[in-house]
Design a binder for this molecule. Structure first.
Ligand code: BGC
Length: 260
């Protein structure tokens, strides 16, 4: 039996920075994850410093990664390593050379992508979207709404469907889980907004499958059965760990490319 391929996945979020060594063939954590709260304000320099501390802790506590590159998910549009939007993060991230900053701080090569894109990658490889061909949309309902679009398993990056217009507003400000909490909406009232949101996604993309992730997806029985769509809509399977696992898979794949 060959040794497992192990890579570090790092998930930078608004409230926590989490990482773990991941078995990228099995699609599961190879050791316990490490989490440190995101520094207040979330400025790039401070976040990068904490991120490097999280990675150092993960690497020191073993097992030793076999892939040198670290994969990182971040809640913004990422173009060639540069973060170009800041919907729910500090505005200093706009135009920040985030990948290079992380690479310097972590002292390992880093690859960087949108948080929903990496979480979606994990779902499509190992979770609710495995073996599904055609068009698959993964959405994450949290502080914002993240989206990831796959065509026959291949990612179309940075789709940002959380910012479609809904009821004349930015969709995530009406339909994210944070809107449910902020406005103290009942599951039924929140589901009415989700109905309008997912109907629009369905109309625009005609997907074969919609996957719903984010922390609230563990309570999917409270809202998914209330939705009436022509498309199959299912909860994510990897939940909290999807971001870490997907980031590690991306790192392993970029490493392979480097070697060829
Ligand atoms: C951001 C996306 C991100 C999503 C989930 C949105 O506000 O624009 O880039 O994927 O939140 O974190």
């Amino acid at each position: 039996m060959s040794a497992a391929r192990l890579a570090v996945g790092l998930d930078i979020g608004g409230s926590g920075i989490k990482a773990a060594v991941v078995d990228v063939e099995a699609g599961e954590l190879a050791a316990e994850r490490v989490r440190i709260p995101t520094p207040e304000g979330g400025k790039p320099d401070e976040v990068v410093l904490v991120a490097s501390a999280v990675v150092a802790k993960v690497v020191l506590s073993g097992p030793t990664p076999t892939v040198d590159t670290v994969g990182v998910g971040f809640p913004a549009v990422v173009h060639h390593g540069v973060t170009t939007t800041a919907a729910n993060v500090h505005e200093d991230w706009i135009g920040a050379p985030a990948r290079d900053m992380l690479t310097a701080a972590v002292e390992r090569p880093c690859v960087l992508a949108n948080d929903a894109d990496v979480a979606g990658l994990a779902e499509v490889r190992f979770g609710a979207g495995r073996d599904v061909s055609g068009v698959v949309v993964v959405t994450t309902l949290g502080t914002g709404i993240g989206s990831a679009l796959f065509v026959d398993g291949v990612l179309v990056p940075n789709t940002e469907f959380g910012h479609l217009e809904l009821d004349g507003e930015d969709a995530e400000s009406r339909a994210a889980d944070s809107a449910r909490e902020r406005e103290d909406l009942s599951w039924k009232d929140w589901a009415k907004r989700l109905q309008r949101y997912y109907s629009q996604l369905e109309l625009l993309l005609q997907p074969d499958l919609i996957i719903v992730g984010g922390g609230v997806s563990k309570k999917h029985d409270k809202f998914l059965p209330l939705l009436e769509l022509g498309t199959t809509i299912v909860p994510a399977e990897l939940r909290n760990e999807a971001g870490i696992i997907g980031a590690a898979v991306m790192a392993a794949e970029s490493d392979t490319k480097d070697q060829t």
